[in-house]
Design a protein around this ligand. Structure first.
Ligand code: DTR
Ligand code: CA
Ligand code: ZN
Ligand code: ZN
Length: 446
């Protein structure tokens, strides 16, 4: 919509002045910037400690000794597995955890899940981290999955050393019979009452995190969990790839199947590292990430210390970050993005996003969408809320006659058919020539 010349002359002068002022106040490019929910956790809550590689290595040495003393493996139904459970449990008991050994039967043998609760935190918001502790029968299973088991164990011991008191309740788990088909973790989930399942805000899985020819793969299931890991590795300057070997390949599938947000890390198994991957990660192209996968040579010699260290530190970062939670404002959970996003004049739509996680069920029928858009002649603007599944809810249509400036208001949207968790976007488009502006901030209140 073009406007009267008179108004345009005045507007152009004002805009020119604004433009000069704007030169002093940098505005973000028209990018989509996800933001965490509500008030940011306190910095202290995010500062996970370094996980000492030597400690993780010592756990692997212990697991190797257990396998060597028990027929060379730590497989379900064998003495080496129960000895592994007893060993890890003793360390957790000594560190102040409340441990539970959950028994089940599979393939005619007794299996064991080890669950360790860290006292404190909100019992209605539980963050879990786990790894399968069993090996295949053909070897000691040090990378698969002593590495994940040791990384999770040392993170739990670091929680104890720090006497961490996060907002959320922390629960750690070591699964039995994963190699028989995720048997232990599925048994755990299936025996959780629905009300107890809904309290689990996320499950983090670590299965093979020390492969000798490592890749750095991040599960791409829950966006907020994925971002937590990707941001950590970005901080190290380590590129990551999305784990693509299939959702059903480890214990996170048991949790994902019942709608619990999941994430995790993986350094690769029998697939071959490509030339491009070797260029970005080092190691040997044309060779498997782990040549000893499910073999007798999966010993303490079958580990990359660099990968084990980085991933153990990433586990701690995720546990500290995702358990910090946020102070729930009195008016419910608020998820805000205050990054400026320029709206091109009479141009393409731009978006600004917020990532919602840790909630259960669907969004409310009266979801509050607060917008603050600075834009002269707001009649140029079309505004939509886009749900995580892509469904668009029209908040405002363009209107040539609405010459007022700025859209600073709260819309109420019936979003009850949308899952609450995921990335929500505010989409804004200027559909008329002249007059410009930007998204100043917006927020969702559940
Ligand atoms: N199934 C796991 C190894 C494995 C293979 N692909 C993936 C992807 C994500 C995690 C683990 C895996 C095992 O043998 O224990
Ligand atoms: Ca470390
Ligand atoms: Zn395996
Ligand atoms: Zn495994």
């Amino acid at each position: 919509m073009t406007h009267s010349v008179h108004r345009r002359a005045v507007a152009v002068t004002a805009l020119a002045l604004a433009g000069l002022l704007a030169a002093v106040v940098p505005t973000a490019a028209a990018t989509d910037t996800a933001a965490a929910p509500g008030a940011a956790p306190s910095p202290a809550a995010l500062a996970a400690p370094d996980i000492p590689l030597a400690n993780v290595r010592a756990h692997l040495t212990d697991l190797q000794s257990i396998a060597t003393a028990n027929g060379g493996n730590r497989a379900h139904g064998r003495a080496g597995y129960k000895a592994s459970v007893d060993h890890v449990k003793a360390k957790l008991d000594a560190a102040g955890f409340t441990t539970t050994v959950q028994q089940f039967t599979s393939s005619g043998a007794t299996g064991y899940n080890l669950i360790a609760d860290w006292p404190g935190g909100d019992a209605n918001r539980i963050l879990m981290a786990g790894a399968h502790l069993d090996s295949v029968s053909s070897g000691p299973g040090i990378n698969d999955n002593g590495s994940g088991s040791a990384g999770v164990l040392e993170t739990a011991l670091a929680v104890s050393r720090a006497q961490l008191q996060p907002d959320k309740h922390l629960r750690f788990a070591w699964w039995g019979a994963e190699e028989l088909g995720l048997v232990g973790s599925r048994y755990y989930v299936n025996n959780l009452a629905a009300t107890d399942r809904s309290k689990i805000t996320g499950y983090l899985n670590f299965d093979m995190i020390g492969s000798p020819n490592p890749g750095y793969f991040v599960y791409d299931d829950d966006p907020a969990i994925e971002k937590t890991f990707k941001d950590y590795f970005a901080g190290l300057g380590v590129p990551t790839e999305i784990e693509t070997e299939g959702d059903g390949r480890s214990d996170h599938a048991s949790f994902k199947n019942v709608g619990i947000p999941v994430g995790g890390l993986f350094t690769g198994a029998s697939r071959t590292k490509s030339t491009a991957q070797a260029q970005k990660w080092g190691g040997t192209a044309g060779q498997a990430f782990d040549r000893c996968y499910h073999s007798s040579c999966d010993t303490t010699s079958n580990i990359s210390d660099t990968a084990l260290d980085r991933n153990s530190d990433a586990i701690a970062h995720a546990v500290w970050t995702l358990s910090a939670g946020t102070t729930v404002p009195p008016d419910g959970d608020v998820y805000e993005n205050a990054a400026d996003v320029s709206v091109p004049d009479n141009g393409a739509a731009v978006t600004s996003s917020v990532t919602v996680s840790g909630r259960t069920g669907n969004a409310p029928s009266a979801l509050q969408v607060g917008v603050d858009i600075k834009h002269t002649w707001r009649g140029d603007l079309v505004i939509d809320l886009v749900a995580p599944d892509g469904t668009a809810y029209r908040l405002k249509n363009s209107s040539g006659s609405d010459s007022a400036d700025n859209v600073i208001t709260t819309y109420t949207v019936n979003a009850s058919s949308e899952a609450a968790n995921g990335t929500w976007r505010l989409r804004v488009q200027d559909v008329a020539a002249q007059d410009t502006g930007y998204i100043d901030s917006w927020k969702l209140t559940f």
